[in-house]
Design a protein around this ligand. Structure first.
Ligand code: NDP
Length: 481
């Protein structure tokens, strides 16, 4: 798994072994599988200088040509889906059965989508009598992307695809927990014809991210991470009026009404809690279940979760893998202990899996109440909490009683009720009779403390470009004196 070098700058791999050592740990065994280095100040400067120098040329490249390069990169990613999926699995520990269908493929979807859409990013013509005005959208310039560790491939593509399509350049810093995937994608971009300097990857922890955010050459920062980091990065970016996209955490509700299809409700709850061992920002970790379906739901959920195949993530029969890091495992164990101490009823799981690596059993708690830590804090692990409710009005108020607002879901056969619930949810992304599907064409992002701005869809083209208005005078210029 050892990559050619730690960083990818100005169209080529780059290393500086003077940087602090960055060991890459395979979560399924705890073994070190690669040795990288954090960016030194020299590497950081090289990346920023390269992205700054590439700005004018890339912005002047016709949109059709930019789009073609992105679509070529998408094709290469699809051809190499298996290799990229193995890297994603080694980076994160997610089972290959997931990564083969969710990571490089969704990254390629974004590249293809924005590569195709960019030609449609046009301005308006505004008639003003004899005079007229028009608008045009211009790139912002040098953008910084900072990623979390749960979807390293997808996060790169969700940020780079719209940014590059719009004519911006980018310096991307992956999470230090999962540094491998972004390097592969940078190399693929170069192979697809991206000019040197347009997309650069440097490794490092929060200090490297912080240095990128405060650099005066940077016009925009897009962060995927936790809400506390988001607050820091947002504040730092504000000092020099940089634009931001903040994709932060959540504590999202999934509401299951009595009339929901039982198997679909259980499937939605599984998809909302256990994919990627629960390390998904939009997870519906507060599962509100109405009284009439509760007993059947809990029985069937426990039964089906008991069928999860926990094992070697590289074995395609495995569908539940380890946590991404030992630190995250310990954090989640702490939440489980709090859940027990505060009186939640453990239905299944709760402990480590008896094998090497950072495995935690899929865990279900029932009788969780709104005041418990399980219901209030983002856990980011395989812990599903079932809360009881009686009425629609009650559950909507309780679903919204959180500072977060990333996502929400509702399971019911009554579509009028589903749309009423969605209208009432304080959340940026909602699902009706479904959960956690995030196609490239659908805007994704949060409300309240879950962030600002949207990724994917047309909305993100607007987030990576700025509007210029042009008034065109067609007659003589009048003045008062
Ligand atoms: P963190 O907030 O800890 O880190 C996110 C990234 O920011 C990392 O690359 C980190 O570097 C970097 N960073 C940390 N401090 C700073 C700083 N002061 N300035 C600039 N960069 C900084 O999040 P995690 O990596 O732990 O990811 C989990 C979180 O991400 C969860 O809250 C989850 O909900 C959220 N998330 C949100 C998604 C969304 O789309 N809304 C999707 C996926 C995850 P390093 O860690 O290397 O030190």
């Amino acid at each position: 798994m050892q990559p050619t070098a730690s960083h990818f700058v100005n169209g080529a791999y780059l290393d500086d072994t003077a940087g602090t050592a960055l060991p890459v740990i395979y979560p399924a065994t705890g073994e070190v599988i690669a040795q990288l280095h954090h960016a030194t100040p020299a590497v950081l400067e090289a990346a920023l200088a390269a992205a700054d120098a590439a700005r004018a040329g890339w912005a002047a490249t016709p949109a059709a040509d930019r789009g073609r390069i992105l679509r070529r990169a998408a094709d290469i990613m699809r051809e190499r889906n298996r290799d990229l999926s193995v890297i994603e699995t080694m980076d994160t520990g997610k089972p290959l059965s997931e990564t083969l269908v969710a990571d490089a493929s969704s990254g390629a979807d974004a590249l293809e989508y924005f590569g195709g859409l960019i030609g449609a990013l046009t301005g308006d013509h505004i008639p003003l009598g004899a005079d007229w005005a028009y608008t045009m959208r211009e790139p912002l310039g040098l953008c910084v992307g900072i990623g979390a560790w749960n979807y390293p491939t997808q996060i790169v593509c969700w940020k780079a695809a719209p940014a590059l399509a719009c004519g911006n350049t980018m310096v991307f810093k992956p999470s230090e927990t999962t540094p491998l995937a972004a390097l592969q994608i940078a190399a693929i971009f170069t192979e697809a014809g991206l000019p040197p300097g347009v997309f650069n990857v440097i490794q490092g922890a929060g200090d490297v991210g912080g240095a990128l955010v405060t650099d005066p050459r940077v016009a925009k920062v897009s962060l995927t991470g936790s809400a506390p980091t988001g607050r820091k990065v947002y504040a730092a970016a504000a000092a020099s009026m940089k634009q931001v996209t903040m994709e932060l955490g959540g504590k999202s509700p999934l509401v299951i009404f009595d009339d929901a299809d039982l198997e679909d409700a259980v499937s939605a709850a599984i998809n909302a809690n256990f994919y990627a061992s629960g390390q998904v920002c939009s997870n519906g970790t507060r599962v509100f279940v109405q009284g009439g379906i509760k007993a059947a739901f809990l029985d069937r959920l426990a039964q089906r979760v008991g069928n999860a195949t926990i094992g070697d993530p590289l074995d395609e029969a495995t569908n539940f893998g380890p946590m991404a890091s030992e630190r995250q495992l310990e954090i989640v164990q702490g939440f489980i202990a709090k859940g027990l101490a505060e009186g939640a009823r453990l239905i299944c799981g709760g402990g480590r899996v008896d094998r090497a690596g950072f495995y935690l059993q899929p865990t279900i708690f029932a009788d969780v109440t709104d005041d418990m830590t399980l219901a209030r804090e983002e856990i980011f692990g395989p812990v599903l909490s079932v809360l009881d409710f009686d009425t629609e009005a009650e559950v909507l108020a309780r679903a919204n009683a959180t500072d977060y607002g990333l996502a929400a879901g509702v399971m019911t056969r009554d579509l009028a009720r589903a749309h009423r619930m969605v209208a009432g949810f304080q959340a940026g992304t909602c699902w009706i009779n479904s959960y956690n599907l995030t196609p490239a064409g659908m805007p994704f992002g949060g409300a309240k403390s879950s962030g600002f701005g949207r990724e994917n869809a047309r909305a993100s083209l607007e987030a990576y470009s700025q509007m210029k208005s042009v008034y065109v005078g067609m007659g003589r210029v009048e003045a008062a004196y």
